[in-house]
Design a protein around this ligand. Structure first.
Ligand code: 57M
Length: 358
């Protein structure tokens, strides 16, 4: 909004020319998101506590979690606000990619909100059924994928790190592929969100990485120098990624061990969906598997555990997702969290290195 209001005035006030720069608007979107989180965080936590919107802890889980009973949840609503508002303020709102990403983020947030609301407020322990959740996730991703597919100049060729000359053209199959990436990312982040700060840490590193990747993809000179897909308009997503970094850091302030608030499905589903859609738009779906490796491993640990238990009656991990395995091995919660963060930073660096390894 500010871009549309203030940039045109640069002919009279030359200082306003700065609003043209994505870098400037990205920095201020990050700061705005941080301010929103810091200003509203304490109020939100107090309100959630007053309304008794607290987490119920399942008794089958690690004992260390029993003390977390009643911790306010649905803090993801604040994350959403701290992403959407700064994006509306600082991004170029004529950019299609911004709206597609906001559609997936807010849409998945709405699914998560209804699920949390049913579980926590209405005390319906199952929330929305897994099947219904999947239906709405696929539907929203499908709408987003169709909009992208029909947009002018959308490239249906897959971009692969390490193989600069291999670009398999998926044609219309790009649509189900994009849906898979968005739905998969959303559910993987949801599974990861089981220890204080465990999901939001890697979300911050992944958003920061995609901030850079989006900026580079949108810059004609830099993308051609790096031999990556050049996507006109993708650079604007750096502003949204900046807001994600700010919102993530602001939330971590309150979610760090011992957490004062959990994000709930409203946070985890929407953040995963946001990352998935940004990866699709910037043609970094495979890079997302590396950068979001923590989420991938968490999801794989569940698949391996379920398959092995169902077919061989044996558990591979003491408990899945894998963070529970380490908890049951006796690792203190903060140690698991920080080690997973360290791994996510290493993976982000490897993901960035693929820019040169093509
Ligand atoms: C959500 N939710 C957390 C919080 C958070 C198929 C199966 C593997 C599914 C999986 C599952 O349901 N995962 C999705 C995980 C829950 O957190 C809430 O949920 C939101 C995210 N959606 O924001 O509102 C608990 O996680 C802890 N937590 C923190 N700090 C945080 O910042 O400590 C969350 C955020 C919270 C809190 O304790 O209550 C969750 O874990 O439930 N199911 C599981 O993960 C279960 N695993 C399982 O059943 N494993 C079996 C299967 C795979 C065969 C096995 O290994 O044998 C475990 N979940 C729990 N207890 N709670 C089992 C033990």
């Amino acid at each position: 909004m500010l871009y549309h209001l203030l940039y045109p005035l640069h002919t009279e006030f030359s200082a306003l020319y700065v609003f043209r720069f994505i870098t400037f608007r990205t920095i201020y979107a990050t700061i705005t998101a941080l301010l929103i989180s810091f200003l509203l965080g304490p109020w939100l936590i107090a309100t959630l506590q007053k309304l008794q919107i607290g987490q119920t802890i399942r008794k089958v889980g690690p004992e260390s979690h029993f003390t977390k009973e009643g911790t306010p949840t649905m803090g993801g609503a604040l994350i959403l606000l701290a992403i959407i508002l700064p994006t509306l303020l600082w991004a170029d709102l004529s950019n299609l990619y911004i709206w597609v990403t906001l559609l997936v983020t807010a849409g998945y947030g709405a699914i998560g909100f209804v699920d949390d609301y049913l579980k926590v407020v209405k005390k319906n322990s199952d929330g929305i059924s897994a099947r219904q959740k999947m239906f709405w996730q696929i539907l929203i991703a499908l709408v987003a994928a169709l909009i992208l597919y029909r947009s002018s100049g959308f490239d249906t060729r897959l971009s692969l790190p390490f193989f600069k000359n291999v670009h398999p053209d998926l044609g219309p199959f790009y649509i189900p592929f994009a849906v898979l990436v968005m739905v998969g990312a959303s559910n993987a982040v949801n599974l990861t969100d089981g220890l204080d700060g465990l999901a939001i840490g890697p979300i911050i590193t992944a958003s920061g990485t995609f901030l850079l990747l989006a900026y580079l993809a949108g810059n004609v000179k830099l993308s051609s120098y790096l031999q990556i897909s050049s996507i006109q308009g993708a650079g604007e997503l750096a502003v949204l990624c900046g807001a994600m970094v700010g919102a993530g850091l602001g939330f971590l302030w309150f979610n760090s061990y011992p957490a004062q608030v959990f994000m709930g499905d409203v946070g985890s589903l929407s953040l995963g969906g946001a990352l998935g859609s940004i990866a699709v738009i910037t043609k970094n779906e495979v890079v997302l598997v590396i950068v979001g490796g923590v989420f991938v491993v968490e999801a794989l640990s569940v698949i391996v555990q379920v398959v092995s238990f169902r077919y061989w009656g044996k558990r591979v991990f003491r408990m899945a997702p894998i963070h529970h395995h380490f908890e049951l091995k006796g690792w203190p919660e903060p140690k698991i969290i920080v080690r997973f963060w360290i791994i996510s930073i290493i993976l982000a660096l490897i993901g960035l290195s693929t820019l040169k390894l093509r």
